[in-house]
Design a protein around this ligand. Structure first.
Ligand SMILES: Nc1ncnc2c1ncn2[C@@H]1O[C@H](COP(=O)(O)OP(=O)(O)OP(=O)(O)O)[C@@H](O)[C@H]1O
Ligand SMILES: Nc1nc2c(ncn2[C@@H]2O[C@H](COP(=O)(O)O)[C@@H](O)[C@H]2O)c(=O)[nH]1
Length: 188
């Protein structure tokens, strides 16, 4: 059965880091999503996101879309199918509203990984260490989405794998266990 690992959680918890690791270490392709926000330093169109204008964003055929901290983000049906053509297990990085939509739309095909960290105060430090503009970090910390995603939404709580990403080595081990469990369930 096809699966999409829906990697979600608050800003800075490590979603992109996890998706990159799953791609490098387990050959799990990532669905590239669309956004109207400007690229960060080093980000490439078609690799990190498809960077859109508000006009091109309007024309996309999206499974879901959200407004997150003053920009639009969305994922397309075509992106999902393109990734599934490469492998049966794929990943996507979404905010928690997107994760809830995927869980409802795809049922058992969607496996949610909810990332969190022990000390919320460290999230801002991680964003600044990533090289984010301090003004944009502050705007994100002031956003309603940041407050919303400090705890796992009730819609995800029952089925999601919760990963406390404080120590990267521990996260790698936990991801290994989760991937083994998913692959074992698939071959049952
Ligand atoms: N376990 C960890 N310990 C310390 N730093 C980490 C850990 N995991 C990820 N990071 C770092 O934290 C920063 C934020 O990680 P990442 O970009 O993956 O977060 P994100 O959840 O995708 O954030 P956003 O939602 O803002 O895009 C990066 O600089 C990353 O290298
Ligand atoms: N619901 C969706 N959320 C998405 C999508 N693409 C990314 N995201 C999430 O947006 C925030 C902000 O991302 P950033 O790259 O600006 O830091 C983060 O939570 C992403 O997971 C999408 O297509 N749909």
């Amino acid at each position: 059965m096809k699966k999409v690992l829906v990697i979600t959680g608050n800003t800075g918890t490590g979603k992109t880091t996890v998706a990159d690791y799953l791609k490098r270490h387990y050959d799990i392709p990532q669905v590239i999503t669309h956004t109207t926000r400007a690229p960060r330093q080093g980000e490439l169109d078609g690799q990190d996101y498809y960077f859109e204008t508000p006009e091109t964003f309007q024309r996309l055929h999206l499974l879901e879309h959200v407004q997150y901290s003053y920009a639009a983000y969305g994922s397309s049906y075509e992106g999902l199918e393109r990734a599934w053509q490469k492998a049966p297990v794929i990943s996507i990085v979404l905010d928690t509203a997107g994760a809830i939509t995927y869980q409802k739309a795809l049922g058992a095909e969607a496996v949610v990984l909810y990332l969190t960290i022990g000390k919320t105060g460290l999230l801002a430090e991680r964003l600044l260490a990533r090289g984010d503009d301090p003004v944009k970090v502050q705007a994100r910390l002031n956003s309603a989405e940041y407050q919303r995603d400090l705890a796992i939404p009730k819609e995800l709580a029952q089925r999601a794998y919760v990963i406390k990403n404080d120590d990267w080595k521990a996260t790698e081990q936990r991801l290994g266990a989760i991937i083994s469990e998913i692959i074992t369930k698939q071959s049952d």
